[in-house]
Design a binder for this molecule. Sequence first.
Ligand SMILES: [Zn+2]
Ligand SMILES: [Zn+2]
Length: 178
Amino acid sequence: MKCPVCKDQVMSSKPLEANLSAHACGQCSGKWIASFQYWKWKDISGKSLLSSCAGSEDSLPVEDRTQAKLCPECGHFLRRFPVGEGLGFGLDHCGNCGGTWFDANEWESLKSRGLHDDVHKIFSEVWQNRIRSEEHAAAIETFYKEKFGEEGYRKAKDLKAWIDTHPNNVELRAFLGL
Ligand SMILES: [Zn+2]
Ligand SMILES: [Zn+2]
């Protein structure tokens, strides 16, 4: 199996976790996890995974390679899925065979957040919609902070919350000319 990033580099089979085998590239340190390997590992490990997350917030340097890649297993284009959760990288996933590509340290970063055993959820519509609305909310906040300044934005937010929850908010809005 050849590396989807380094093209001609042949990857070697390598144990990633107990009961989880992956293909790793010696050149870019990327890893490929086949769908059946992932699910086999989830099956065998089961609930023990819940306690296995390190819980450390130390983020490892991830070199996210965003170029289009072909699936090393079946040749289909991999689709990129942003991870969210404050992690600034995306995973490349094959919709055909279900395999996933991790650039160097992406697996380790997910593991440090206890997300490595929830990788399949990242590819779901629910997860991706949530990320999009979080990004949208963050963009709106940035926009208003630039308009009003950090302090002004905080005051405006407090004022808005006060008006919204006031028992006479209809009259309050009328009084303020809103
Ligand atoms: Zn490589
Ligand atoms: Zn594939």
